[in-house]
Design a protein around this ligand. Structure first.
Ligand SMILES: Nc1ncnc2c1ncn2[C@@H]1O[C@H](COP(=O)(O)OP(=O)(O)O)[C@@H](O)[C@H]1O
Ligand SMILES: [Mg+2]
Length: 282
């Protein structure tokens, strides 16, 4: 827009040239303003992004060190309660013993919470080491070690030879949680049916873990993946509500998606993808 028409006369043609040149002036100045505004915006966005990244990693570090530092006092609460209970049994009445047992149970629960919080902050910080993973084999190993309730009957169906690509340690955390939830939330059934497979839709292959348990109301489906969000009461099913938040972080770090489908009292199915071939995201 910096070129101008040359004016040869003051007649109508000359006026036209003038107004044409004026128009070009206006466009040129607006263009300059727009470019400046865009530059400013870009600068602002990159500044804010850096600030956000810094405060995010500070928060992660804070969460990590707080969780870490909470462990020592907790160990001593648990340890001294146990010592009291064992060494001073004769001086304690039933109420006293009951109170101490409750203190120990709470300390144990808090210790689980801290472990899970540490896990959550670890999966966001650790470096991904993606490689081929035999998903079917991993689910089988997890299921072999599962013990939710000693007399729970579990029938397991695993589609054979399902391969994934991602960080094996983190994928193990994902499957541990999903298979563990499937077993936990179906533990009130006569027999738990847990299955694992892969559905080949469009270009992305989604893995799924399905159960025949209590399920949940789909109206709250988007809440499941937030930390501390639970749809079931602790007296029905124990838990901390951190598992699926950890799972979602891992899936997102791999560039994948996670979603769930369920109906109350009709089981639940969790689907996820792992598209870690997209190297930009790793
Ligand atoms: N397989 C499932 N069937 C029904 N509800 C589930 C299932 N998996 C997860 N949920 C719901 O999602 C919530 C969050 O899951 P999670 O983060 O693993 O926490 P936790 O297992 O500690 O309760 C659970 O409290 C439960 O309400
Ligand atoms: Mg869980």
């Amino acid at each position: 827009y910096s070129v101008r028409a040359i004016k040869h006369s003051d007649d109508e043609l000359g006026k036209l040239v003038d107004s044409f040149n004026n128009m070009l002036d206006t466009i040129e100045s607006q263009n300059r303003h727009l470019t400046n505004a865009r530059d400013e915006l870009e600068h602002l966005v990159s500044k804010r992004t850096t600030e956000l990244q810094t405060s995010n990693s500070e928060l992660e570090a804070f969460c990590y060190s707080v969780s870490h530092d909470l462990r020592a006092p907790l160990r001593s609460i648990h340890g001294f309660s146990q010592a009291l209970l064992e060494d001073n049994e004769a001086q304690l009445d039933d109420d006293g013993k009951d109170h101490l047992t409750r203190v120990m149970r709470s300390a144990n629960r808090m210790s689980t919470l801290i472990d899970e919080l540490l896990n959550l902050s670890r999966v966001s910080r650790c470096e991904l080491k993606p490689q081929p993973v035999d998903m079917s084999q991993m689910v089988k190993e997890i299921a072999d070690e599962l013990l939710i309730e000693p007399d729970q009957k579990i029938s397991l169906h695993i589609q054979p030879d399902i391969q994934g690509y991602g960080d094996p340690v983190l994928i193990r955390v994902v499957l541990d949680n999903l298979v563990g939830n499937a077993a936990k939330y179906s533990s009130h059934e006569k027999e738990s049916h847990i299955s694992f497979g892969q559905s080949l839709q469009s270009d992305s292959a989604a893995f799924w873990v399905k159960d025949n348990g209590v399920g949940f109301d789909m109206r709250y489906a988007n809440k499941l993946f937030g930390a501390f969000q639970r749809l079931h009461r602790a007296d029905e099913f124990e838990g901390t509500g951190i598992g699926l938040a950890t799972v979602a972080r891992i899936v997102h770090r791999h560039g994948g998606e996670i979603w769930a489908a369920s109906e109350v009292n009709n089981g639940a199915c969790f689907h996820f993808t792992l598209t870690s071939n997209d190297n930009d995201r790793l």
